[in-house]
Design a protein around this ligand. Structure first.
Ligand code: ADP
Ligand code: MG
Length: 426
């Protein structure tokens, strides 16, 4: 059933101008009169309506949830409450990271609508990476985003009552979590109507994935962790399509999948999508080797993200150990502090192992599941695309089943290079 709500109506450019003209802050940002405003629906998202509104003075972006999945239509209902969770998460992320998310100008719970800062001239990172654009700030900014949003919403920083309140605040976002549970952790490993892949080239891979007991156990362990480990507030969909940036400025958008889950899921989303882009570069070269230096940038950026994330997270733990986990009274004195420091490294190692597994799951779903990445989809030659995709699958399977072989990001980066060199053909 499609949800209805008293007072809710999906906006059109005509209705939106009238609505926005009634909001003081927004009218001031846009300037002029409503007749002078241009309103365009950008519509490259999968789930929601997004309007870009420009006036004589400035612009805003307006995002509104629909009671169904935009890409599919009314046959796939999805609750309007996702706008509530997106707004709650954006507010938390803004508090924790400042200008790494768009500023919120206005929120309307009834309309499931957020008016936010227009990010301009920012572009979606995935598109920039397909065009081989380097982003010198990205490693620094995304590692800060991850470290601060994850650390400060965890039991390392929060008292147990505050942590449980946060779990409560996101507990209702079940429909969006269910999408992840099905599409990432289940469907790629079974026959499912929504699955698709480059066929017939990858038919044998898809068949093998459905028969692979080791892989199915490994992904089920990850699914269990996703279901049960409320470690921190996650963005929940942190791929390179949820980052808008320029060379000077990075913003994370679209946290409608936010909930309290395992930290490695967000970190792994970044790792997965950067790796997919690395493997996709071969499909965008006109001459072999043309993008060697870009590939180097992609992988060294990935290493920088992980090195910095680890350093920043541990530094926050040392500076602000305000949570109920690891009570200070148990680790008093120089000896206690030394013991705790060893444990901090062990904690980061466990988080890294989760990251490797979740990254692998996110790589596989983009090849064999419903939602694919334009990094690969835009490769027109299907044989070439299938070869890039087969490399992604090969690395991801090993990361998921043999996680201990990847003790650091450098091991992943080395393996990515090796798989690309050694696998000549799907
Ligand atoms: P969905 O959840 O439907 O995928 P997104 O939040 O990802 O929606 O937004 C869809 C598209 O709208 C983005 O890919 C981007 O092009 C554009 N967009 C979203 N937010 C902004 C913003 N604050 N400024 C400019 N463009 C935006
Ligand atoms: Mg979205």
């Amino acid at each position: 059933m499609i949800e209805t709500r008293e007072g809710y109506a999906p906006q059109k450019p005509e209705t939106l101008a009238a609505y926005l003209s009634g909001i003081d802050t927004v009218r001031r940002i846009l300037g002029g009169r409503p007749e002078q405003w241009s309103i365009a629906e950008v519509g490259d998202g999968n789930l929601n309506l997004v309007f870009i509104v420009k006036g004589p003075q400035g612009g805003v972006a307006v995002k509104q949830a629909l009671p169904y999945v935009r890409l599919v239509g009314e046959s796939w209902p999805l609750p309007l409450s996702r706008a509530h969770y997106e707004h709650t998460a954006l507010t938390e992320q803004a508090r924790l990271t400042g200008a790494l998310v768009p500023k919120i100008h206005h929120y309307d719970e009834t309309l499931a609508l957020i008016v936010m800062e227009l990010l301009e001239p920012h572009i979606i990172m995935r598109r920039g990476m397909i065009a081989a654009t380097e982003y010198p700030r990205f490693a620094e900014d995304i590692s800060t985003f991850l470290a601060r949003t994850l650390y400060f919403t965890s039991d390392l920083a929060l008292t147990a009552d505050c942590k449980k309140a946060l779990i409560g605040a996101f507990a209702g976002n079940t429909a969006l979590c269910k999408i992840t549970e099905d599409l990432i952790f289940t469907d790629p490993y079974r026959v499912a109507e929504l699955n698709r892949w480059t066929s017939p080239q990858l038919d044998a891979y898809a068949a093998r994935w459905r028969e692979d007991g080791d892989l199915k156990v490994a992904v089920s362990r990850l699914k269990l962790k996703f279901l049960s480990s409320a470690e921190a507030m996650l963005h929940g969909d942190l791929h390179t399509g949820s980052v808008m940036l320029t060379k000077e400025d990075t913003r994370v958008i679209d946290p409608e999948f936010a909930f309290m889950g395992p930290m490695g899921f967000d970190v792994g989303a970044i790792v997965a999508n950067v790796l997919i882009n690395f493997f996709a570069q071969d499909g965008h070269e006109e001459q072999a080797g043309e993008r060697d230096s870009y590939r180097d940038w992609v992988l060294s950026t990935l290493e920088q993200i992980m090195f910095r994330f680890r350093d920043k997270f541990v530094a926050l733990w040392r500076e602000s150990p305000t949570g109920d986990a690891y009570p200070a009274s148990l680790f008093a004195g120089a000896e206690g502090e030394a013991r705790l420091d060893i444990e901090r490294q062990a904690y980061m190692d466990r988080l890294w192992a989760d990251t490797v597994g979740f990254a692998a799951a996110k790589m596989i779903r983009r090849i064999l599941g419903l939602a694919h990445n334009i990094d690969l989809e835009w490769i027109k030659d299907e044989d070439r695309r299938a070869t890039c995709e087969a490399r992604v699958l090969t690395l991801a399977r090993d990361m998921m089943v043999n996680t201990a072989r990847y003790p650091s990001i450098s091991a992943v980066v080395d393996a990515a290079r090796r798989v690309r060199q050694e696998m000549k053909h799907y």
